[in-house]
Design a protein around this ligand. Structure first.
Ligand SMILES: C[S@@+](CC[C@H](N)C(=O)[O-])C[C@H]1O[C@@H](n2cnc3c(N)ncnc32)[C@H](O)[C@@H]1O
Length: 223
């Protein structure tokens, strides 16, 4: 997506007290697209800092300051809002995207060891991804406390996200014999079990990597 768009723009929305992550994100994205424009937006005017390392900073909210980004990252922003605010915020963000653009609405812990994000395009949410450090998490449902606002209040019996986390924990426990080969290979066995149970689990791009679970939004959309 970033490689095919002319003059692509990436926005880090709600970068917080210091734009450290925005700068790191820009450096990583520019390994894919060296001429990428990156803008950090903050609703709090006191947090808007001068540009540096080729990254601009400005005041802005869900209206995206009138920009038309190809990629929007909003991490740990919507979690501060009530659940009812999610749908209108998503709608506003989607309306501001460049054609073919994507939004990542995510949540993580302070050290980035537990992450969860919803990927959205102009039509709505596409997927949910859970990603965690294999060496710091006991079981997949440890991610529950970091679910995005759209899901965190729905992790109760009878709701799809609860069903997914319960099945993932069970498959993880069943895959315990693979622990001898390390948690990453144990996770691959867990994904195979989940697939065999009918969960539409997306393929991992690399064979051995951190524990990642991506499913279509329809698998977890709240009732
Ligand atoms: C918890 S901090 C997250 C900082 C950073 N994204 C991170 O994940 O570490 C949330 C930030 O979002 C900002 N914020 C809240 N609502 C916003 C909105 N509608 N648009 C832009 N920024 C917003 C707040 O001012 C705050 O700085």
């Amino acid at each position: 997506m970033l490689t095919q768009t002319p003059n692509p723009l990436a926005v880090d929305l709600g970068y917080g007290a210091m734009p450290v992550t925005t700068l790191e994100w820009a450096a990583r994205l520019r390994t894919v697209r060296s001429d990428l424009r990156v803008v950090g937006l903050e609703i709090d005017p006191e947090r808007v800092v001068p540009g540096r390392n080729g990254v601009e900073f400005a005041r802005g909210g869900f209206e995206l300051a009138g920009l038309r980004p190809t990629l929007v990252r909003a991490f740990n922003v919507l979690r501060q809002y009530p659940e009812e605010a999610v749908a209108p915020a998503w709608e506003r963000l989607r309306a501001g995207l460049a054609p073919g653009g994507l939004i990542i609405d995510g949540t993580c812990d302070e050290l980035g060891r537990r992450c969860a994000w919803v990927l959205l395009d102009e039509h709505g949410p596409r997927t949910l991804t859970l990603a965690w450090s294999p060496f710091h998490i006991d079981c997949p449902s440890d991610l529950a406390e970091r679910l995005p606002k759209a899901l965190i209040h729905h992790n109760v019996p009878g709701e799809p996200i609860h069903e997914l986390l319960t099945a993932a924990d069970r498959a993880w426990a069943t895959s315990a014999p693979h622990s001898a080969f390390g948690p990453r290979l144990r996770w691959r066995a867990t994904l195979d079990l989940l697939r065999n149970q009918g969960f539409e689990v997306q393929e991992q791009r690399r064979r051995v990597r951190d524990c990642i679970l991506t499913v279509p939004w329809s698998t977890v959309a709240p009732h």
